[in-house]
Design a binder for this molecule. Structure first.
Ligand SMILES: Cc1cc2nc3c(=O)[nH]c(=O)nc-3n(C[C@H](O)[C@H](O)[C@H](O)COP(=O)(O)OP(=O)(O)OC[C@H]3O[C@@H](n4cnc5c(N)ncnc54)[C@H](O)[C@@H]3O)c2cc1C
Length: 352
């Protein structure tokens, strides 16, 4: 058996640098993965208590942790409510050589029907401190949407775009979430992280790089989790009005009540055209594979219309990508992140 020392699993995007062939085989056969949910789930006790933490074994469904409502059981599941619990959970996984991922609201994640052969750590570190005027230190499990609303109401600009984004502060920082010409990185002052050895580090904005939906954190080998983020915002009399306008526009143009993960693809750079426009022009609005459908409201949102499997969604993503490439010679790049059930196999492929 493979012995693993450092066990945090970064999410895998579909981008070319991240082994897309492993991830996006249209007719992926589970047998060839040497791992399915009957092989990695076991009949251990349903819960295990350790240092005040409750680990749920083999029962928690990832579909309940994702806005797409897709995903099978994970081998271990634990919720953490503060930094000490987070460090304990990481230590537990390290000591038992268990792979783990840290998630917020699962609003940018595609989990597999075969679940996850490791531990899912659900981040519920929720606090908000007002350090000085315009300086907020926020727990990474705090709702991003609420933060946006709160800061705008208090007369600060920078987070007007956050209303309607159903993620956490940690997820938004990791993804560098953005919209309406604003992005999370614009207002970050510093980020508190825990490393895979369980050590706390504070990283200043100057130490961090961000791009379009990308951040230093996505490539950090020793990151276990983001614990808190300090933001510095400027005063603005028009923040509240702008925030309401953006939210209203979202309500008019996005299928907010449906089971989606937001934009599936990034907008192609330098073309001046949005991914949604290309998908719509390729005639794919309403196009369906099983329970997965291109939204009729916004073509870059894919909806689980009921009973979508992860394979339905992967096939739809692949198909849309192919059709857009055939018609416009533009290769779309996924913004959503796919979590493979057998992370150890994938990870060893990634390391080659
Ligand atoms: C209706 C809808 C609208 C959306 N609109 C937008 C939009 O306008 N702009 C935009 O950018 N996105 C948008 N999204 C996508 C999504 O909400 C954002 O990417 C969000 O920031 C993800 O946050 P999360 O907490 O759900 O992260 P998750 O989906 O739980 O996780 C995403 C990634 O972040 C990592 N992560 C999460 N928390 C931590 C942590 N504490 N420490 C380390 N890693 C962590 C996870 O491991 C994973 O790799 C939308 C989604 C929906 C469903």
């Amino acid at each position: 058996m493979q012995i693993i020392n450092f066990t945090r699993i970064p999410s895998i995007s579909f981008s070319p640098g991240h082994n897309p062939h492993v991830l996006l085989q249209p007719a992926r056969k589970t047998s060839s993965l040497m791992c399915n949910h009957t092989s990695f789930l076991d009949d251990k006790e349903q819960t295990q208590n350790w240092n005040g933490l409750k680990f749920v074994r083999s029962k928690k469904l990832l579909k309940d942790l994702s806005t797409w409502d897709i995903g099978g059981p994970c081998n271990y599941f634990v919720e953490v409510f503060d930094q000490t619990q987070l460090v304990s959970a990481i230590r537990y996984c390290n000591e038992h050589s268990i792979w783990y991922i840290v998630i917020g609201k699962g609003s940018n994640c595609l989990f597999d029907d075969f679940g996850f052969n490791g531990c899912v750590i659900l981040n519920r570190i929720v606090f908000l401190e007002r350090k000085e005027r315009g300086i907020y230190r926020v727990g990474s499990g705090f709702r991003f949407n609420t933060l946006g609303m709160q800061c705008s109401c208090e007369g600060f600009t920078g987070f007007e775009f956050a209303s309607g984004i159903p993620g956490t502060v940690g997820g938004a920082t990791y993804m560098n979430a953005g919209a309406n010409g604003q992005e999370t990185a614009d207002v970050i002052d510093s980020v508190d992280i825990v490393t895979i050895e369980g050590k706390l580090q504070i990283l200043n904005r100057n130490d961090l790089n961000f791009g379009y939906r990308s951040s230093t954190f996505q490539d950090m080998k020793d990151l276990a989790a983001i614990v808190a983020v300090t933001f510095q915002l400027q005063e603005s009399a028009s923040a509240r009005r702008k925030q309401q306008e953006y939210l209203e526009r979202r309500r008019m143009t996005q299928p907010l009540g449906d089971r989606t993960a937001g934009s599936v693809f990034q907008n192609p750079s330098g073309l001046g055209v949005a991914a949604a426009e290309l998908i719509e022009k390729a005639g794919l609005k309403g196009f369906r594979v099983g329970g997965a459908m291109v939204s009729k409201v916004h073509a870059n949102f894919f909806v689980n219309v009921g009973g979508s499997t992860s394979q339905d969604m992967l096939n739809l993503i692949n198909l849309v990508k192919e059709k857009v490439d055939q018609k416009f010679s533009v290769l779309l790049k996924e913004e959503v992140l796919y979590f493979h059930p057998c992370c150890n196999q994938l990870s060893s492929n990634r390391d080659k």
